[in-house]
Design a protein around this ligand. Structure first.
Ligand code: AMP
Length: 395
């Protein structure tokens, strides 16, 4: 796996695909700089070597050249975060970009205009990729958030740098963290899978059954399993067409000697609302008119034991409807168990969408080993897929 550590960038122009698809408010202020902060170590190393940096990214989903999606809006913030003055090219290819790239001096940084102003970017157009490629000497992919897309700047471009392409430090960290969980993991390995539906998690479940010792299944998925096992789930979310699949998963898990842990009790509510009446009930006997919206106390005690005895933990998906304060307890408590296990020496990776928002919201971000920066990309890696952005560098 070639990374920026394998190159000396002195006097070289590094063409870096970053993910600066940051949120902006109505006055075009960047409201969350995490993605820019995440790319800084890679940029710092290249500048420290005496190289120059050309940054390319997309922002939003423009239809052609739309001013509101111009990367000029984020230029000031990028300069502030990187602590260097960043130049801007008002086009990502053609004369404007070529002149700006040619004039770039060592230790200087140039930001190119939104790649998605050209439909060729998402289409993975080879000629467009070639024009981008002409701007730099070494191609660096550090955009984990778009690594699951075979776009011109994330994958197709790599063919023009057969001996001078590599991963940035963020990409390297994402890949090694996932490998630490699914490949070179210290046992026992536990995966916690929550979220709303079995149907969206089935490929992940099937892929990781071969790699884990314990699997905690929570959130809305619980009820499809409980129903399949003959329980009464009341009005809880339940995929009736996935009951056979749930039984098949349980059967496969048994064959593979994976211990499955499902909630035994839940916080049930008489409406899908934070103001609903609640009661703790046995997960197999949820009365009609009530729905399970969070894991109950006995379930959390069971999960605690599993988590505290694990050496490697993967967490994807909340244990309940954590967006509502009254149903966030299970997700927060699970996060705290994972933080405690991490403090005791376990390796923990939180990845994919809502569990990432949950750990950030509940202040647990610094108490787990690694929080993935790529929602869709991490989910696809958990499904066992080879991401185009990763394959293009490994080729
Ligand atoms: P996912 O995107 O599949 O990871 O699902 C995340 C969503 O699942 C969150 O918005 C949660 O509110 C929701 N969720 C978790 N537990 C439940 C539940 N018991 N009933 C309904 N939705 C749930």
């Amino acid at each position: 796996m070639k990374t920026i550590s394998d190159f000396n960038f002195n006097s070289k122009k590094a063409l870096i695909r970053v993910d600066f698809n940051v949120p902006l408010d109505e006055n075009f202020n960047v409201t969350d700089t995490s993605r820019i902060v995440a790319a800084k170590p890679t940029i710092d190393k290249i500048l420290a070597d005496g190289g120059s940096v050309i940054l390319m990214s997309h922002l939003g989903r423009p239809k052609g050249k739309e001013d509101k999606y111009s990367l000029k809006h984020i230029l000031k913030t990028v300069s502030e975060v990187l602590e260097v003055e960043v130049k801007f090219a008002s086009d990502c290819i053609g004369e404007v970009a070529e002149t700006a790239a040619k004039n770039l001096q060592p230790k200087e940084v140039l930001l190119l205009e939104n790649l998605r102003f050209y439909a060729e970017e998402e289409a993975g157009d080879v000629d467009f990729a070639k024009k981008l490629a002409s701007l730099g000497d070494i191609y660096v992919n550090d955009a984990f958030g778009t690594a699951h897309r075979a776009h011109a700047s994330t994958a197709i471009i790599a063919q023009f740098f057969p001996n001078s392409k590599c991963f940035g430090l963020l990409m390297e960290k994402e890949i090694t963290s996932l490998n630490k969980v699914l490949k070179d993991s210290e046992k026992p390995v536990t995966a916690v899978l929550g979220g709303s539906k079995v149907s969206t998690k089935i490929t992940i479940i099937e892929n990781i059954l071969d790699k884990v010792d314990h699997m905690i299944i929570g959130g809305g998925m619980t009820f499809t399993f409980i129903k399949a096992l003959g329980g009464n789930v009341g009005d809880s979310i339940c995929e009736l067409d996935k009951l056979d699949l749930a039984l098949e998963i349980l059967h496969k898990a048994k064959e593979k000697n994976v211990h499955i842990h499902i909630p035994v009790d839940v916080v049930a509510a008489n409406a899908f609302s934070n103001d609903a009446e609640t009661q703790i009930v046995d997960v197999r006997h949820i009365p009609d008119g009530w729905q399970g919206l969070d894991a109950g106390p006995k379930s959390l005690e069971n999960f605690k034991e599993v988590i505290m005895n694990s050496k490697t933990i993967l967490w994807n998906g909340p244990l309940g409807v954590f967006e509502m304060e009254n149903f966030a307890h299970g997700t927060i408590t699970l996060g705290e168990y994972i933080a405690d296990a991490t403090a005791n020496g376990a390796f923990s990776l939180v990845g994919g969408g809502d569990s990432v928002s949950a750990v950030k919201q509940f202040g647990l971000e610094d108490k787990v080993s690694y929080v993935s920066t790529g929602g869709g990309a991490m989910l696809e890696m958990l499904e066992g897929r080879i991401l185009p952005g990763i394959a293009a560098i490994l080729d």
